[in-house]
Design a protein around this ligand. Structure first.
Ligand code: HAM
Length: 414
């Protein structure tokens, strides 16, 4: 038998109901915050991702040549795509542009619990306004979404990549040169980070200072010794979040982020119960537009790992929604089939979920099937009942039955 590719998943009906429920919930929350949905292609020119991250990133993504010899890849994330879309078509829109998206991403990773090769992100980007208000609005949306899912145990950690970049630039390591070091620090791979810093000629005591800085966590006051614009900026962001009612926010200068484009505030949301793959959301402020040939515009955004968020909810034993069919219509014989189809259509038009026998089963087997698919009611359409323009309504949990007039059935089920 052919199996699905490694790192991918199939989702059955029950799982899809849960997924759609949370997807819709996230959409609604974003709309409540004044964000509007966009959608971009699942494949892009590979260059969109190598421009900032370098050719090495090809090892981590699904990149290939199409039949026309173009270098194409499946998107590993949507931020670069949204910025490309902005530059292609949206630059005349009033700013700030507040956009959100939901879609699958592909990364060539070693699959494990919570880490897949195909996964889903719900994300947002605000383009065109470098202020603490913008950053707080973005974190605020991420926090509101996580809160609305009902997840109880999560932490929001805010950092500022500018602090580490500043420390590195004092040693002469600047711009993209700092990237490999920052990426090792992001993964807490200190030995590897130190090796790279040694190669870059950074003195051991400065190296220690940089590594120790990434270990600074706690309330905003831990930044007291870092006088400067970065500290003031984070403080302003945190004050706005507090005004919004989000108090489970802390400072963590170890939030470095693996992606190359961040320039200022960075943040992550963790669900500690998930263990190794506990990061359910990541984001920050960045500038990519000028790299793609546009004007320099600042943006801030985040992406929630949709799959990990659902895993976290499951781990907490959250009650997950399940849809149930309202009515299963059962004709007692062939003669009743037309009447049964008329009724099932009326129910559906009235917005009541309804299904009908397609297998020409007898009444007993149909009732068993209706119970097996967890329908709430069976509606039996029989000759005797029809004489009085009625049907038999059977509650499949209690087994109670009653004769209900056809004119009342919609109102009764509603
Ligand atoms: P990211 O941290 O690479 O950021 O991904 C965001 C989230 O996607 C992660 O926190 C994690 O929950 C989830 N995720 C990442 N990789 C996987 C995987 N292999 N399997 C399952 N879940 C995964 C970004 O993608 C940025 N574009 C976020 C952003 C938007 N920054 C600014 N704007």
């Amino acid at each position: 038998m052919i199996q699905r590719p490694r790192g991918t998943r199939d989702f059955g009906p029950e799982e899809m109901e849960i997924r759609r429920f949370f997807e819709d919930m996230m959409r609604q929350e974003a709309v409540l915050h004044g964000f509007r949905e966009v959608s971009t292609p699942i494949f892009e020119h590979t260059e969109l991702f190598t421009l900032k991250s370098g050719p090495g990133v090809v090892e981590e993504i699904y990149a290939f040549q199409d039949k026309g010899g173009r270098e194409i890849c499946l998107r590993p994330e949507l931020t670069a795509s949204v910025v490309r879309f902005f530059l292609n078509d949206l630059t005349t829109f009033p700013r700030p542009l507040k956009m959100f998206y939901f879609g699958q991403c592909f990364r060539y990773e070693r699959p494990q619990a919570g880490r897949y090769r195909e996964f889903f992100q719900f994300g947002s980007e605000i383009i065109g306004n470098p202020t603490p208000e913008t950053d707080a609005e973005v974190i605020g949306l991420a926090a509101a979404i996580v809160e609305r899912t009902g997840l109880r145990d999560y932490r929001i950690r805010i950092g500022h990549i500018g602090i580490l970049r500043e420390l590195l630039s004092r040693t002469g390591v600047e711009g993209d040169e700092a990237l490999p070091i920052l990426q090792k620090l992001d993964k807490k791979m200190y030995t590897e980070a130190e090796d790279l810093m040694t190669q870059a000629g950074i003195a051991p005591e400065v190296m220690t200072e940089i590594v120790e800085t990434t270990k600074i966590t706690g309330p905003i006051s831990v930044l007291d010794s870092f006088e400067g614009p970065a500290r003031d900026y984070i403080k302003e962001v945190c004050d706005i979040l507090l005004a919004m009612g989000f108090s489970n926010v802390s400072v963590d200068l170890g939030v470095v982020r693996g992606l190359a484009y961040y320039t200022g505030m960075v943040f992550e949301v963790d669900a500690p119960k998930l263990g190794a793959e506990k990061q359910i959301c990541g984001g920050g402020s960045y500038s990519l537009a000028e790299l793609f040939g546009g004007e320099k515009v600042f943006s801030t955004g985040f992406a929630i790992g949709f799959d990990r968020t659902l895993l976290a909810l499951q781990t907490e034993g959250a009650a997950l929604p399940q849809e149930r069919l309202t009515a299963f219509v059962v004709p007692v014989n062939d003669m009743m089939r037309g009447h049964a189809f008329k009724l099932v259509s009326e129910l559906r038009r009235a917005g009541i979920s309804a299904d009908i026998d397609l297998m020409r089963r007898n009444v007993g087997k149909n009732l068993k099937f209706a119970a097996a698919v967890k329908a709430k009611y069976a509606i039996i359409v029989g000759e005797k009942e029809l004489e009085s323009a009625s049907v038999t309504l059977r509650d499949l949990s209690s087994g109670e039955q009653s004769l209900v007039s056809m004119v009342d059935i919609v109102a009764k089920l509603k």
